[in-house]
Every structure is written in C-alpha cells, then in structure tokens.
Design a protein around this ligand. Structure first.
Ligand SMILES: *Cc1c(COP(=O)(O)O)cnc(C)c1O
Length: 442
C-alpha cells in the first residue's frame, strides 16, 4: 500500500498556509449561499463572532470543570436557555459533539432507565419512523437494541397507527423528528408521546434540526406542531446548536425532563489509578471552543436575532417552494413544516438535474426511496432565491432535452443504490465504498 511519511523537516508557516489555501480552494464555496447542505449560514457577522469566541477557548479542555469553571458556567447557561425554549421547567441536559452523540446518549439513557423500570425486558427494541435520522440505527447498533423501522405515511410523517402496532413488550423507546432531515416534517409527536407514556415507553423528540428553528417560528406566529416538553410524554429532546444555532461543528445538546432521568446517562469509574473518572457523554477530552462559540452566538443573537434569522429562512423556504411548484414536472415532497425542501419529478431524472445544477454552481443533495433532491435552507438563501429559481428552470429544460443518458458516475451510483432490491447487498456496497474512500490516493 502507498504510504506517505511525516516530512523530515517541518515546513515553513508560509508554505503551510499557502498549501492550506490551495487545498481549501478545491472545496465548495459555501459563503456565497449556493450550498444547500452541511452548512447553516447565519451571515458573516454571526460567523465572525463564532470564530473569535472559538479561538478564545481553542486550547481549553472541557473535560475538567474544576480547572476551567468558565466552560462549565457557559455550558450550563446555554443548556438552561434551551430548556426554557423547550418549556422544560425542570429540564437539564448535556452538551455533546453533535446530533449523533446526543442521540446515542438519549438511547443509552432510555436503555438504562428501562433496565431499572422494566427488568423483564431481555432484548430491548426501539420503534422509529423510516425518516428518523440513521443516528438512531447507529445507536441501536452500538448499544445492542433492535431498531424497528416503520414506513412513514403518504405525507412523509410518521404513521402513528403503524408505529403503535410495531410496539411490543420489549419496546423501551419510541422516537419522532421535529423536523425530519429528509423532508422537513414534524411527526405526530403529541399522539406518539401520549401513547408511549401510557405504555411506560421512553419517548425521544429529535429536534437536532428544528430545535433552534421551531421555537422562533412559533414566536413569529407560524403554526408549529407540538414537539417539546409541553407534551408530558416527551422524556428527552436532542437539539443541535451547530445547525440553526449557526455555530461551528461540535456543538449539540441532549435535554431531559428531569435530573432523575439524566442520571441514567452519566458514567463514572472509581477504581482507576489515574483518579476517579466520570463523564456525562461519550467524549473524554472536549473542545472548549465548541462551548464558547455556542455561548457567544446565542448571546449575540438573543431571541430577537434568532427570530429575525428564522423569518428570513422561512421566507426563503416559502418562495423556493412556490417556485418549484410552478415549474412543470417538479413537485415538493409533501408539505414541509420546517426550513427543508425535498422535491422530486415524474418526468425527469432528478440525479441528472442535480448534475445540471452543479454545473451552474448550485449544490443540492440527492435522496432516494423515493428519489428527490434535498435543500436545507439558511437565512442567507433569502438573497439568492430568484437566481436559484431561474437556474433551476433552465436546468430542468436542459435535462428534459437530453433525457437521462448523460449521467455522472455519482448520479448513476445514486440511481442504483435506491433500486437494488436486496437491501443487505446495498448496505455491503455502501460499507465497501466507505472503506475504499478513506485511504490514500495520489
Ligand atoms: C443532523 C441530524 C442529526 C445528526 O446530527 P449530527 O450533528 O450530524 O451528528 C440527527 N437528527 C436530525 C433530524 C438531523 O437533522
């Protein structure tokens, strides 16, 4: 296997930074608002506050609240702000590295809670809608639960009746999204959480995406389906600050209705020669910068700032939805509740359309089951809606004219993955692809 060695002598500062700049140049430029995934762009002023606050604590380690009490203070303050946004009077939480870790912790906590509450359960199960984030499948995989995946309804929301039917004596957890990543839907969480509570099942509301959007949409007068601690059956909520909190990656939260519930999350080991060791979540050492930048941006924006940004993002979402609806052959998937749009087509290949948009420097994600393109809308997108819709219309015309023949490798692979009938084979292909991707290429 090809190997690369540590340079014998260190390179100069200049060399390093010019190389970094060059490397960076090959990436998608998200700053211009032409990217509709991965980055949640609150504008240059928010970015500069986040950057400076991150740098201030770049080196500090949040593992030790005794050495860096300022990080503990910031963390508990921002968790309290989130608890109040979710109307959790006694709610407490933890900061994690991201939505996946928040979800992993919620599933772990539910499992420990169920061990205490339902000692008869031998093989715990988690019932989830098919649109819930794969972080739940991953958590179930890591923690030895069986994930029972229930197809969503025609409206792309969780099918509450089918989920109830999927529950049995081994079910310890049910989940719903607010809103879902694939189509931007809020699941019928009121109905599901009420059922879960009656049956002694833990209910988790996944607001990783909507957690810092929905409360402000509600304050702005938009109708928002209930998802938070106002529903008595909701035991935990995950909410990412590194999404619509507009801060750098590495900042998410998981909140519990009470301290008693959160206790099931913590881990401690008292017999290590290195000292009594305890952590709230997965990570040991934790970046102080993720906490300080999240704290700084939340205080910089305040309720008013978040409401304004939420309004801009929702405005952009509405205009893009209307624009897509007016283009022949395209349709928005269902009626999204949040600032996500997925759209498909009965007449053209959407994966080829994605390539045609990429040529025009618009970056959307592909989805499947069924095929569609995905957009997460940021406040800055409000400034580019008209340009985007013009190019979208033109790209649709181009794709209709050429048909589905001129497909990039990416489009072909994507088209294939959704249509392989043997899903086990699809899974194996995806793992092999990943394993091959993460190796040195010249
Ligand atoms: C992004 C997301 C997650 C996972 O969060 P990461 O920060 O990517 O680990 C979970 N649930 C939903 C609904 C999400 O959008």
């Amino acid at each position: 296997m090809e190997q690369i060695f540590l340079p014998e002598k260190g390179k100069s500062r200049n060399e390093i930074f010019s190389e970094l700049k060059k490397l960076h140049g090959s990436d998608v430029n998200w700053k211009t608002g032409r990217m509709f995934s991965l980055i949640y762009n609150g504008g240059p002023d928010v970015e500069s506050v986040a950057r400076e606050a991150y740098a201030e604590y770049m080196v500090e380690n949040a593992l030790s609240p005794f050495s860096f009490p300022s990080l503990l203070k910031m963390e508990t303050e921002l968790l309290s702000m989130l608890a109040s946004l979710f109307h959790g009077g006694d709610a407490v939480g933890s900061m994690t590295s991201g939505g996946s870790e928040s979800i992993l912790m919620a599933v772990k906590t539910a499992r420990e809670w169920a061990r205490a509450m339902k000692p008869g359960v031998r093989a715990p199960e988690l019932v989830m809608p098919s649109t819930a984030h794969p972080a739940f499948n991953k958590a179930a995989h890591f923690l030895g639960l069986k994930a029972v995946v229930v197809p969503v309804g025609k409206d792309f929301r969780a099918d509450a009746a089918a989920m109830k039917r999927a529950v049995n004596g081994d079910t310890v957890m049910m989940v719903g999204s607010a809103f879902s990543y694939p189509h931007g839907m809020i699941d019928p969480i009121a109905e599901l959480s009420e059922f879960a509570e009656k049956r002694g099942i833990w209910f988790h509301s996944d607001a990783c995406l909507g957690g810092l959007m929905l409360p402000f949409l509600e304050m702005n007068g938009y109708p928002v389906r209930p998802f938070d601690f106002r529903l008595p059956g909701v035991k935990s909520i995950s909410a990412d600050i590194h999404k619509y909190g507009y801060t750098p990656k590495g900042a998410s939260t998981v909140l519990y209705r009470s301290m008693e519930l959160r206790e099931f999350q913590f881990f401690a080991y008292a017999d290590w020669p290195g000292g009594v060791y305890g952590t709230p979540c997965v990570s040991g050492a934790r970046p102080g910068g993720a906490i300080s930048s999240a704290w700084a941006v939340m205080n910089y924006l305040g309720r008013e700032g978040f409401c304004n940004l939420a309004n801009r993002a929702m405005n952009a979402t509405r205009r893009i939805r209307e624009g897509i609806g007016s283009i022949d052959g395209l349709h928005v998937m269902g009626e999204p509740d949040g600032t996500v749009i997925a759209f498909g087509s009965d007449t053209i290949d959407v994966y080829v359309l994605r390539d045609a948009l990429k040529k025009r420097k618009w970056y959307l994600e592909s989805q499947h089951l069924p095929p569609c393109l995905h957009m997460t809308i940021s406040p800055v997108h409000d400034d580019v809606v008209d340009d985007f819709l013009l190019d979208l219309k033109e790209a649709c015309g181009e794709v209709s004219a050429i048909g589905g023949n001129d497909r990039s490798e990416e489009a072909v692979i994507y088209g294939l993955m959704g249509t392989i009938p043997d899903r086990k084979q699809a899974l194996e292909m995806a793992v092999k692809y990943l394993n091959d991707l993460y190796r040195l290429k010249q």
